[in-house]
Structure formats: structure tokens, C-alpha cells
Design a protein around this ligand. Structure first.
Ligand SMILES: [Cu+2]
Length: 167
């Protein structure tokens, strides 16, 4: 009985933590979920950000680009393994099929690359970003700068190792 109680208490604490650390932005039937970026140290040129998109509508859409005043430019990247080196490449868009939720970095290697950061990304800060959709248009979002969660730890680790020579 005691064990069960402890387990429930843990789950409750976890749920609270998750709901307190999520935010989202709507445009039409689309919802941009929890845009977030990893903190950077001063002198680092590039930052990495992620977000999810939930498509509650009946038609497919597509993320076709992102931009942020905090960086010279931003691109959507994918990654691939090339002789044990993780290499990134720019993708033209990310499909968001009707009725589905697509999350960059979750089960895929997609991410937003913020190139030419104008200031370091500090934990606890937030910055503006705009997400462009093919059909729904553009939606301004706030990106939260936060430490990697346990759930996305594996992805973040790969980010540390990937090759930036392509930039
Ligand atoms: Cu990248």
C-alpha cells in the first residue's frame, strides 16, 4: 500500500511538472507546442530549438520555414550519419498531416538551427520566433530557453556531437 502511494505521488508530481512547463500558440487549426531552445555559452554561434505542431484540422499543412530576430537566420535541419559523424542538412519543409502531431526532435532528428546568434541563449529567458506554414500562414511564438529534459536527452547529446562544417 505504501509503495503504491509513493508511486502515485511521483506520477502526480511528474504531471504537474509537465503541465507547468508547456506552452502553445494557435493559428487556425494548428497549434505550435512548447517551442524551446537549449542554453548556449557565450561565443557559441549557433543555437538549436525544437517545437511540436498539432494539426486539428481536416487538411494537411507544412512548416515551410522559421525566423527569429535573435539569429541572423534560422533553418529547419535534419541529420544523418555519415561515417560515424552526424551531419546536418537543411530541409525545405516538415509535413504536418491532418489530425496528426509532429514534434521536431521527438523520434526524428529534425531541429531548428539558429545561425549567427546575436546573444547567448540563457536558461529561463524567452525569445521571439515566427513559424511559417504553407497554408495556415505565419504564427509568432515565444521560445523558452531551458535545459534538456530527460526525455529528449538522447537527441540533445547527438546535437553536441554533430558537425557544423556544413554551415
Ligand atoms: Cu543543425
Amino acid at each position: 500500500m505504501f509503495k503504491l502511494f509513493k508511486h502515485l505521488a511521483f506520477c502526480a508530481a511528474f504531471l504537474v511538472a509537465v503541465s507547468a512547463s508547456a506552452h502553445s500558440f494557435k493559428i487556425g487549426e494548428l497549434e505550435v507546442i512548447h517551442p524551446h531552445a537549449r542554453p548556449t555559452t557565450p561565443g557559441i554561434q549557433n543555437g538549436v530549438a525544437w517545437f511540436g505542431v498539432k494539426n486539428a484540422g481536416a487538411s494537411d499543412d507544412r512548416v515551410i520555414g522559421v525566423e527569429s530576430p535573435i539569429a541572423d537566420h534560422a533553418e529547419i535541419h535534419d541529420m544523418t550519419m555519415d561515417n560515424d559523424v552526424m551531419r546536418m542538412f537543411k530541409v525545405d519543409g516538415v509535413p504536418v498531416p491532418a489530425g496528426e502531431t509532429v514534434t521536431l526532435g521527438q523520434g526524428n532528428k529534425l531541429h531548428v538551427m539558429l545561425m549567427g546568434l546575436k546573444q547567448p541563449l540563457k536558461e529561463g529567458d524567452a525569445f521571439d520566433m515566427t513559424v511559417h506554414f504553407e497554408k495556415a500562414g505565419s504564427v509568432p511564438v515565444q521560445v523558452w530557453v531551458e535545459q534538456p529534459s530527460a526525455a529528449s536527452g538522447a537527441m540533445q547529446h547527438q546535437e553536441d556531437q554533430h558537425d557544423h562544417s556544413a554551415h
